[in-house]
Each structure stands twice: as C-alpha cells, then as structure tokens.
Ligand binder design. Structure first.
Ligand code: NDP
Length: 349
C-alpha cells in the first residue's frame, strides 16, 4: 500500500474542507485549535496502471497549514505525527507532499525518529523529488518547442537552482538537454558557486531580475513571497514559465499572451482515479491530475520498490530521474502540457 501525506494550501481552505468532511469543531476553530488537530486518514483509493496492475493507498492530511510555518514546534509535530500514522496504518511507501518534505529537511527531523512508541522507518518514506524534477525537466523539453523556443539556443533560468529539485533540473538541462546557457538564481552565494562549478556547459549566477530579463524559459522551484512583483515588460517574448514551487500562484501575475505559465511538477494519469483529495488542490482535472511527488509513491508501489527513492538533499542523479521517468511512462502518467490554444499566439507571432 502507498501513502500520500499532504495539507491544505491555506487555513481558509482547510476550514472549508473540514466542514465538508463533517469536522465542524475544527471548521469553526481558530489556528490554535488547528495546531492541536491530529492527522487524519481522509481517503483510501485503488488505482490501475496502464499495465493492468492495481494498487491501493491512502491520503493522510497532516492538518498542517502554511500559516503554521513560523510555529516551528507545531510544524515539526504535524509532520512527525502524520508519518507515525502512515507507518502504523501499514503504508509501505509514503510521499511527503507540499511543505512536509521541506519541513522534514529544514528542521532536521532525521534526529526525531522516535514518535511516542513508534520508531519511524525512513525507508517507508520518499520526498518524491526525483519524479518531480524529472517531470519539470520534461515539461521544459516538451513545451518550449511548441512556443518556437529552440532549447539548444535558449537561456534557461532556474529560480531555486541550489535546492533539491532545482539542482537536479539544472543537471538535466545541462547534460541531457544541453541548453545554451543556464542562469542560476538563489539567495546564498556559496551553494550557487558550488553548483555552477559542478555543472557541465555554460552557466551564470544572476539576481532574479537580471535572470528574468534574459531567460527564454524560467523554472520556478522555490517558495517565493506573495509580495514578489515582476514587470512583464522586462521579460523576453515568448517566455515559458514552469511554476514548480508551492503554492502555485504564478499564473495570476501575467497577462501577456506571449508569457506562458505552466503548472510544474504536475502529472496527468491515463484514467480517472475516483478520489476527492485533489478537488481542493486547484487542478483543472482533479480526477486525473496530481502532484508528481505523490505519483512517485504510486510508482514505487507499482514497481515494488519499497525504498526511500528520494531522500536527503541534492542527491538526485540523472540515472534515478531516467529510472523513475521510465516507470512514470509505463504506468500511464504524463507531464502536464500547455493547452494548444495558448501556444498558437507565440507560434504565429
Ligand atoms: P529546497 O528547500 O531544497 O530548495 C529551495 C531553493 O529555493 C533553494 O535553492 C533556495 O536557495 C531557493 N530559494 C528559497 N527562497 C528563495 C528566494 N526568496 N529567492 C530565490 N531563491 C530562493 O526545496 P525543494 O527543492 O525540495 O522544493 C522546491 C519547491 O518545489 C518548493 O516550493 C516545494 O514546495 C515545491 N515542490 C513542488 C512539488 C510539486 O509541485 N509536485 C513537489 C515537491 C516540492 P536559498 O535558500 O539560497 O535562496
């Protein structure tokens, strides 16, 4: 059995969901009440691969909401409690979705293996980042040409380049796609220099505004402040923006017909899944579309690879991306693509 640990994208959304599920006390409760809420196993599903194999799994809501990010102890407790519930439920491989993998890494939860009577078995959990990185890289590879962007001549900016997903995407862009130049964006200079020196091909470290002004493609793999403003007049046209961060809120910032925002790290399954859990995640086709990190747990279950396939930081290899990518295709997942109507303007222009 596979597991998915997730959370609502805001406190307001979480209250609406609680009301729908009949948890009125939580729906009416304030953030302090939510801080005490235990994780909930919300839904169980069975899904069938293109190969015909069927697997079963469950979705656990950690009852964490992004408004709790500054409450370190609460955030930690939410993630650990959800992992404990996954393990006690007997889920063999569980993906840490949304902010939960970032909380796990940034708050060093490896030191907190004991949760009450349960010793967490790390091999039962995956961040899902290898599949997410592969999906984002493929989204660039497949969609840039539909806008007339030749990747062999293109500059690709990666915002969050030194992160777990960002560094893997950079390696894929440099070695598998061989883009003309990578523009690396993050806040800390040391890791940026280390990354630049490790990459094949040409790459430069730039501040965000300068990178945006030069880029034909921008991959966003950082959680950026809501207050960030971008002047679309300074961007190249056409420009492909792959919004791989969480939450996904870039599309509302652009209106120019030659700036194309694609939700990054999202896959579409070959058939309806028959679940409710993606309804609140702002997907166009919530019955088939899901986060690539969740799909990684499903892939590991389909393949019988009961191991923490994606774990730690900046360990993702191109071989692992290819391996999970091949499994993704085999079982019927496809990276989300731009709609054909949205690409017409840039191709004609
Ligand atoms: P990491 O914490 O490993 O990396 C974050 C990266 O972003 C680092 O390079 C960091 O570098 C950079 N960064 C953070 N803040 C800023 C900023 N204000 N400006 C520029 N760079 C910044 O995270 P992951 O790689 O694990 O995840 C990246 C994003 O992808 C997250 O938003 C996560 O929620 C999302 N995600 C999406 C998934 C999906 O959609 N399917 C699945 C999993 C994750 P520095 O600190 O030096 O700035």
């Amino acid at each position: 059995m596979f597991g998915l640990i997730g959370h609502s994208s805001s406190f307001a959304d979480a209250r609406v969901k609680a009301r729908q599920l009949g948890y009125d006390a939580f729906a009416d409760g304030d953030l302090d009440v939510w801080c005490t809420a235990p994780p909930q196993l919300v839904e169980s599903v069975s899904i069938t691969s293109l190969t015909g194999a069927t697997i079963e799994g469950s979705y656990i809501d950690s009852c964490f909401v992004p408004e709790m990010l500054s409450r370190f102890k609460t955030a930690k407790r939410k993630v650990l409690n959800a992992m404990e519930l996954a393990q006690k439920t007997g889920l063999q491989i569980t993906a840490l979705g949304g902010f939960t993998s970032i909380i796990f890494e940034n708050f060093n939860l490896l030191r907190e293996q004991q949760v009450r009577a349960t010793t967490l078995d790390w091999s039962r959990f995956t961040t899902g980042n290898t599949h997410t990185a592969w999906v984002i890289a493929r989204q660039v590879e497949l969609n840039a040409p539909t806008l007339g962007i030749d990747l062999g001549k293109a500059r690709v900016a990666v915002v969050g380049a030194t992160g777990d997903i960002g560094s893997a995407v950079c390696r894929w862009m440099a070695e598998s796609i061989r883009v003309a130049e990578l523009l690396l964006v993050a806040r800390q200079q040391g890791p940026l220099e280390e990354l630049r020196d490790s990459l094949a091909g040409s790459s430069r470290i730039l501040p965000l505004d300068l990178a945006l002004a030069e880029a034909d493609v921008v991959v966003w793999v950082a959680s950026l402040p809501k207050t960030l403003t971008i002047d679309e007049a300074t961007l190249r046209k056409p420009c492909l923006m792959v919004d791989g961060g969480y939450p996904k809120n870039l599309d509302s910032r652009f209106s120019h017909p030659d700036i194309h925002v694609l939700k990054g790290g999202i896959v579409e399954f070959h058939t309806d899944i028959g679940w409710q859990m993606m309804e609140a995640a702002d997907m166009e086709r919530p019955q088939r579309q899901l986060f690539a990190c969740f799909a990684e747990a499903m892939l590991l279950e389909f393949e019988g690879w009961h191991t923490n396939f994606s774990w730690g930081r900046n360990n993702i290899t191109l071989e692992a991306m290819e391996r999970i990518g091949a499994a993704s295709r085999r079982h019927g997942f496809q990276p989300l693509a731009l709609s054909p109507q949205s690409t017409v303007h840039s191709l004609v222009a």
